[in-house]
Unconditional design. Structure first.
Length: 238
């Protein structure tokens, strides 16, 4: 199984390439600053890893990408690249929830326990968080609470959950203190690779043209007319 995975949904750009399967698999990785650099650096770094592995895009079993939620621009970039590569090489595309990848990253950091309940958290900017709950049990992940967009103070989860994500530096003091362990985690490309086999076996792969990003916050800015209307609605100062 040859898999290419990448995520650009956060401030990091994470890429991983797997050649082979199981204990015989070899993995190449690249992690760097993302943001504005992603659009110019993602494809060249993918090409570099493919060359190191001696693979052509047609040799891939699937192209895996972090589908969201996350940065609007980052999600569009990752989806566009996955679609382009998948379409050009006639390779299926596997969109993966970024919050699930956060849970998987935390699972690995904690030593891959047989059972783990995770509340995954990603910084949504604008004073809000993306969150979802997951349970790892019997070798499989189950989503126990679908993703939502909340304020830090609105977070609520059971005491046995591990809090995992990239929100603690910015919002840690505002999160309710309920005794949960906290793990700094990201939707890394390596986490995507670890999730991919079960998702592929479950039929989650799609054709390139069907791959779509997952947006929770569909609207991130006001139009000119909306800003003008808001200004006119403000009461005049005395």
């Amino acid at each position: 199984m040859n898999l290419l995975a990448f995520d650009t949904s956060t401030e990091r750009m994470s890429i991983a390439l797997q050649r082979g399967a199981g204990a015989a698999a070899t993995i190449w990785q690249h992690d760097a600053a993302g943001g504005a650099l992603t659009s110019t650096h993602l494809i060249p770094e993918i090409q570099r890893l493919m060359a190191l592995a001696g693979l052509q895009f047609g040799d891939l079993s699937a192209i895996v990408f972090g589908a969201g939620p996350g940065s609007f621009t980052g999600l569009r970039t990752a989806c566009s690249v996955a679609q382009g590569l998948g379409f050009g090489a006639a390779v299926p595309v596997l969109p993966v929830d970024t919050l699930l990848a956060v849970a998987q990253d935390a699972h690995q950091q904690l030593g891959a326990p047989e059972r783990l309940a995770v509340t995954a958290l990603l910084d949504a900017r604008m004073d809000e968080l993306y969150t979802a709950n997951y349970l790892f049990e019997s070798g499989l992940w189950t989503c126990t609470k679908r993703y939502s967009l909340i304020s830090p103070e609105a977070l609520a989860c059971d005491a046995d959950h591990v809090l995992a994500g990239n929100v603690f530096a910015e919002y840690g003091e505002r999160l309710p203190q309920m005794g949960q362990a906290r793990v700094q985690a990201l939707p890394t490309a390596l986490a995507l690779l670890r999730l991919a086999p079960a998702l592929l076996a479950g039929g989650a792969a799609v054709s390139a043209e069907q791959a779509l990003p997952t947006y929770i916050r569909d609207k991130v800015a006001q139009t000119t007319q909306e800003r003008l209307a808001a200004k006119l609605a403000q009461p005049l100062s005395a």
